[in-house]
Write a protein that binds this ligand. Structure first.
Ligand SMILES: *Cc1c(COP(=O)(O)O)cnc(C)c1O
Length: 371
C-alpha cells in the first residue's frame, strides 16, 4: 500500500482572520485543571434554578420516539409561540439556539463587502457571522456608562449597510435601548437596512421604557426579534431559540436552514418550558432580588459596576482585572473575563443562587485585599 500523503487542501483564507468564540469555562474543566471540588459557575448567564421541571418531564416522556426525525417545521412549537407572543406562525423561525439564527441571517443576507453595524461592546457572534460571509463590521461605540446612542448608530449607515444588531438588554453591559430611542432610530433608517433586536434577556428587563421589539413586529415594523430558551427557561444545554419578524424575511431565512436543525427533544422541551409560568416567575424573582443584593455587596466592597437590566452584571476590576479573574477561578468561582469584548478591565458575573452570590462576594473581597 502506498504511504498516506498529508493533505494540502486549503481552508478559506478568511478563516485565518476569524477570532474563535471563547465560552465560559465549564465546571468540570476548572475542577480538573485546578483540582477543585466545590466550584461555582457564574460565567454563562444560565438559569441558576436549573431547567423548567415541566421541560424535564416532557423530555423523559419523548425518549421512546428518538428513532424518528424531528419535525422540520417545528409546527407545534411555532403554534405555542404564536399563541404566547400573539404573532402568526409564519412570522416565526425556530433555530438550534439563538446562535444559529445569527448564522442563518448572515447566510441569507450578507454578500462579501456588505456592512454590518454592531455596538462596541456586545455579543461577539454578530461579528463572527459577518466575518464568515466576508462582510465588513462597523463598530459603533456606546456612550459613557455603556448607554446606547441611536444618533451615532444612524450616522454609521452607508449604502452598503445591510444589518444592524441591537442587543437589548446588551450582553455584556446590561444596558438597553429605550423604546423612544429605538423608534427614532427606525424612523431614520433607509428601508434596505434590517434591524435585529436581540432580546435574549427580555424577561429580566424591568425598566418601564424597555421594549423587546415584539410589539414592533406586531405593528409591522421591519425588525427581526431574536430570543432563546437558553436563559430564563434554563435550556441552554439542549439548544433552541427563535426569531420573530415579517413573513417575507422569515421566508428568506428559512431558505438557508437545514431541514432538521432543531432536535426532537429540544422542540418538546421548549413547548413545555413556554407553558411553565411558575418556573419563569421564580427565575425572574430570583434574579431581580439577587441583582439588588449583589449591587449592595459590590458597593460595600467599593467596586464599580454597571446597573443591569439582565441576569448578569458587568463589574470593573481595574488594570489587574485579568489576574483577579484568575484568582477568583483559583478559589472556585468562575466568572467571564471581559478581554474578548474589548473590556480588559472588566469581568461579567452571572447572577446565581443566593449562596453562590455570597461565595462570589467573599472571594472577591479576598482577591481585592491581595496586592
Ligand atoms: C445567550 C445569548 C443568545 C442565544 O444563545 P443560544 O444559547 O444560542 O440560544 C443570543 N444573544 C445573546 C446576546 C445571548 O447572550
Amino acid at each position: 500500500m502506498k504511504p498516506a500523503t498529508p493533505s494540502t487542501v486549503q481552508a478559506r483564507t478568511l478563516l485565518g482572520q476569524m477570532k474563535p468564540y471563547s465560552p465560559g469555562k465549564p465546571i468540570w474543566e476548572v475542577q480538573r485543571e485546578l483540582g477543585l471540588t466545590d466550584v461555582v459557575k457564574l460565567a454563562s448567564n444560565e438559569n441558576a434554578l436549573g431547567p423548567s421541571p415541566l421541560a424535564v418531564t416532557a423530555i423523559t416522556m419523548a425518549l421512546g420516539e428518538l428513532h424518528r426525525y424531528p419535525d422540520a417545521h417545528a409546527f407545534d412549537l411555532r403554534q405555542a409561540l404564536s399563541a404566547k407572543l400573539d404573532v402568526a406562525p409564519e412570522q416565526l423561525i425556530v433555530t438550534n439556539g439563538g446562535d444559529e439564527l445569527i448564522t442563518l441571517l448572515s447566510e441569507a443576507y450578507l454578500e462579501a463587502g456588505d456592512e454590518v453595524i454592531v455596538p462596541e461592546h456586545t455579543f461577539t457572534e454578530y461579528e463572527f457571522g459577518a466575518q464568515l460571509m466576508g462582510a465588513v463590521v462597523r463598530k459603533v461605540p456606546l456612550q459613557p456608562g455603556f448607554e446606547y446612542d441611536w444618533n451615532s448608530i444612524a450616522a454609521a449607515v452607508t449604502d452598503r449597510t445591510k444589518l444592524i444588531y441591537l442587543c437589548t438588554p446588551n450582553n455584556p453591559t446590561g444596558t438597553y435601548m429605550p423604546k423612544p430611542d429605538l423608534l427614532k432610530l427606525l424612523a431614520a433608517l433607509p428601508p434596505q437596512v434590517l434591524v435585529i433586536l436581540d432580546s435574549a434577556y427580555t424577561h429580566f428587563a424591568s425598566a418601564d421604557d424597555y421594549t423587546d421589539g415584539l410589539e414592533l413586529v406586531r405593528e409591522g415594523y421591519p425588525v427581526l426579534v431574536l430570543q432563546t430558551f437558553s436563559k430564563i427557561y434554563g435550556l441552554a444545554g439542549i439548544r433552541v431559540g427563535f426569531g420573530v419578524g415579517p413573513q417575507e424575511l422569515i421566508r428568506s431565512i428559512l431558505q438557508v436552514k437545514e431541514p432538521f436543525n432543531v432536535n426532537a427533544l429540544a422542540q418538546t422541551a421548549a413547548i413545555a418550558a413556554l407553558g411553565d409560568e411558575e418556573h419563569v416567575r421564580r427565575s425572574r424573582e430570583l434574579v431581580l432580588r439577587e441583582r439588588d443584593r449583589l449591587y449592595a455587596g459590590l458597593r460595600g466592597l467599593g467596586v464599580s459596576f454597571t446597573e443591569s437590566m439582565s441576569n448578569f452584571i458587568l463589574v470593573e476590576l481595574g488594570p489587574e482585572a485579568k489576574q483577579r479573574y484568575e484568582r477568583l477561578m483559583a478559589s472556585g468561582v468562575i466568572v467571564r473575563y471581559g478581554g474578548g469584548w474589548g473590556l480588559p478591565e472588566h469581568v461579567r458575573v452571572s447572577i446565581g443562587l443566593s449562596e453562590e452570590n455570597d461565595r462570589l462576594l467573599e472571594a472577591l473581597q479576598l482577591v481585592l485585599s491581595e496586592a
